[in-house]
Design a binder for this molecule. Structure first.
Ligand code: 5GP
Length: 202
């Protein structure tokens, strides 16, 4: 990635940590950010819209995209495929846009290998009790799926050390402020400012 390219911002964290809410709020407050819409083989939840929340695909269609190397990363999570369509992200980054990928850990680790310059942030809930409460409150999954997601969440928390930043999602406005601070700081990194060496400080 060149220095004048946009930031690739990877946000992970267990199901119920509140990544979705934080990303939506971040995008509202930073309208120049781009959100990478993933493809998935899971069914839409009530209110989810094709092309906005996800591209909902059949397993076979997803496998064709994998065979064509159209995914920047992908993973199987709780019995479904999830993946980041490559083209839109690569193009946006090249055009200097900052792009957010809200993805689980296996995918984030694939991205880290390919784009070590990415900004890797892990969102955690204030406690496991709060996490369980949030997933139950969402009311969109069966108890069996909830238990599976909770077990996955506990395993996932161990991967926090693979990330650059951790944000505890206790209060949404505070957590969003922290995310904004991370992005502002990352943009000020000397290695991302080639023009400073040419004496152009704009
Ligand atoms: P959900 O089914 O709750 O929308 O998402 C389940 C998990 O899949 C979440 O941790 C979410 O961040 C992750 N996820 C969503 N899109 C992608 C993707 O494109 N790639 C990967 N690896 N994970 C994704």
């Amino acid at each position: 990635m060149e220095n004048n390219h946009g930031l690739l911002i990877v946000i992970s964290g267990p199901s119920g940590a509140g990544k979705g809410t934080l990303c939506q709020e971040l995008l509202r407050q930073m309208p120049d950010l781009r959100y990478s819409v993933s493809s998935t083989t899971r069914c839409p939840r009530p209110g989810e819209v094709e092309g906005i929340h996800y591209y909902f695909r059949q397993r076979q269609e997803f496998e064709v995209m994998l065979a064509r190397d159209e995914m920047l990363e992908w993973a199987e999570f709780c019995d479904h495929y999830y993946g980041t369509p490559r083209f839109a992200v690569e193009q946006a980054i090249k055009d200097g846009m900052d792009v957010i990928l809200e993805i689980e850990i296996q995918g984030a680790l694939q991205i880290k290998k390919r784009f070590p310059q990415g900004v890797f942030t892990f969102i955690v809930p204030p406690s496991l009790d709060v996490l369980s409460e949030r997933i139950h409150k969402r009311g969109t999954e069966s108890e069996e799926v909830i238990q599976k997601r909770l077990a996955t969440a506990i395993r996932e928390l161990e991967y926090v050390t693979e990330y650059d930043y951790v944000v505890i999602n206790d209060e949404v406005p505070l957590a969003v402020d922290k995310l904004k601070s991370i992005l502002v700081a990352e943009k000020c990194r000397v290695k991302r400012k080639p023009f400073v060496f040419k004496g152009e400080y704009k």
